[in-house]
Design a protein around this ligand. Sequence first.
Ligand SMILES: Cc1cc2nc3c(=O)[nH]c(=O)nc-3n(C[C@H](O)[C@H](O)[C@H](O)COP(=O)(O)O)c2cc1C
Ligand code: SF4
Length: 430
Amino acid sequence: MPEMEKFLTKHIDVPGIDTLDVYRQYGGYEALAKALREYQPDQLIEEVKKSGLRGRGGAGFPTGMKWSFLAKNDKPRYLCCNCDESEPGTFKDRMLMEKIPHLLVEGVLITSYACRISTAFIYIRGELALAARQVERAVKEAYEAGLIGKNILGSDFSVDIIVHRGAGAYICGEESALMESLEGKRGYPRLKPPFPAAVGLYGGPTVINNCETLCTVPAIIRHGADYYASFGTEKSKGTRIFCLSGHVKKPGNYELPLGIPMRTLIYDEQYGGGVLGDKAVKAIIPGGSSTFFLGPDKLDTPLDYESIAAAGSMLGSGGVIVLNEDTCIVGAILRAVEFYRDESCGKCTPCREGTFWLTQILERLEHGEGKMKDIDLLTDICSNISGKSFCPLGDAATSLITSGVRLFREEFEYHVKHGHCMVSSQPALV
Ligand SMILES: Cc1cc2nc3c(=O)[nH]c(=O)nc-3n(C[C@H](O)[C@H](O)[C@H](O)COP(=O)(O)O)c2cc1C
Ligand code: SF4
């Protein structure tokens, strides 16, 4: 295996790569041409299965397998590309859309061909205005060049791509709420099953994949599944973009093979360059604010799905947030839980009421008005939200509290005893 390969970001800083001409000069749309020329749709699905690609939106579900679950009936099939990126600490899809939008268009086209889909939607988070403009422009250019529309590149494959802008609700990143929103309804999650592959958008079998997931597809077809799978680990193959933020010297997006140790991402000069102020790490949130804290004893954990799960958290959306020793854990958790309270869609009681209660208690603790029993009350409320809510947003709201109390209970107790934080105050990070 070569030491390093970048499948998504190799050409991202080439001037003009956001235009069709320059994208093509760097091999753009060759994977689409190869897919149409050399593969039957089902063979493409097998190739993506062989690559080991897993969804980059959060759950890490195997992509090829998801495609193969599409119900075989006479209803129209749809593709929804999830570009709603709103998970705190995650900013990779935005970069891909802003800088290399044709990569996404090419991924959507190959996926549509593989899954026999003739209408694809790209659902973009409302606030990402530049990303939306870039994708809209790329779609227009590709239509004009005959890469989208009827009989693409002279084949019998035809597809339309529709760019849709959300209105800025975190819940609309959840796949079933995304479909409701696309259908023009309020973005409430749907009951599952049925899963989107059986009954999805407008009742048709639907594939929903994350932006980065679909941006990876052209590289797999271009280089072959075996080459892609030669990067990463046994079960977490390929590369992914880690969004590094928090108390690091060089925050940013870094595409690296899965399995790279967290310490390398944070400390290596090429990536994070170390902790701000050369302080010690207090905690790491490895996969966006919906995942559990890890302590500094886990710094050598490889960043792959299995190792991070074994360490007690999740790789999630790839947002690695570093908190140094000066961080007030209670304040950081309060900041995150306020987000979930504000973004709770209100459909189910445990999440709607619970996130509100959690923030009230955390505010008490943060401002020196909390009682010792509040600490256990927090975890008790979490146990009544997690696993008992209608969709995973409820579970997500509790991750930092349960892991925070487990790892840093003395900080909560200090707030109660002394009425303030045990460390000098840092701005909350999440
Ligand atoms: C509250 C919530 C928000 C989500 N937000 C996003 C998002 O912004 N982007 C995304 O790709 N997936 C998001 N997901 C995950 C999607 O439901 C879905 O699993 C994903 O788009 C599937 O794509 P993948 O298999 O390529 O990862 C979210 C899930 C939940 C519960
Ligand atoms: S868990 Fe929260 S976001 Fe999900 S349906 Fe219930 S209220 Fe809405």
